[in-house]
Design a protein around this ligand. Sequence first.
Ligand code: GLP
Length: 235
Amino acid sequence: MKIIIKDNKASASKQAFAIFKNSISNGAKVIGLATGSTPENLYQEWVDSQLDNSNLISINLDEYVGLDEKSDQSYHYFMQKHLFKQKPFKKSYIPDGILAISNPQKASADYNKIIEDNPIDIQLLGLGQNGHIAFNEPGTAFDSITHEVQLTENTIQANSRFFSNIDDVPKSAICMGIANIMSAKEIVIMAFGENKADAVQKMIEGPVTEKVPASILQNHPNVTLIIDQSAASKL
Ligand code: GLP
């Protein structure tokens, strides 16, 4: 794993954007995208750039069960707001959180087929405070594919800052599995702030274990981790 430590989120996000731009100019066509506060600056760099997405396909990691683009907490809404509206892709995929209410198996299988049909060239990831990637919580099998996930209290708590009330945070999500993420040819993972320092330390210095989902990235041949000084404070 290549590790890049920058002074702050702004400079780290510039660096991450340079990696995506480079990969795209080298032929990457299918781009795996993530949500959360971590990638916001990176998407701003993308929006401010000359990069044209009209020949690219995007595939997002996850969506809450029960939310769609009409909800401003949905990941559909987030992506429209931060990237897709300004820089549309040829085609953008995000799991169907509405179908998932009645048929999570179909929502998962449909999405998994999309990933199989469009192998991901470069995947962006954030890191949960408990070491999760996408919504793959501690204990998720390393060979998992797209599935419905019951969110842990820790994740519900962490993500409640985006909702007016913690009771409004959905309890489950449809999420790419760890095997899907590992199948990407290249991975860029970012983490910023003191509250990610533990997870960063366990991810790169700890054993590869399903207790720390992100630790599997130690086994991927092409990963770049980009962090700020605070996230690096426990290394
Ligand atoms: C959520 C998302 C993840 C994200 C993580 C960290 O659970 N499903 O994809 O990486 O939170 O979020 P943040 O970037 O807001 O710290």
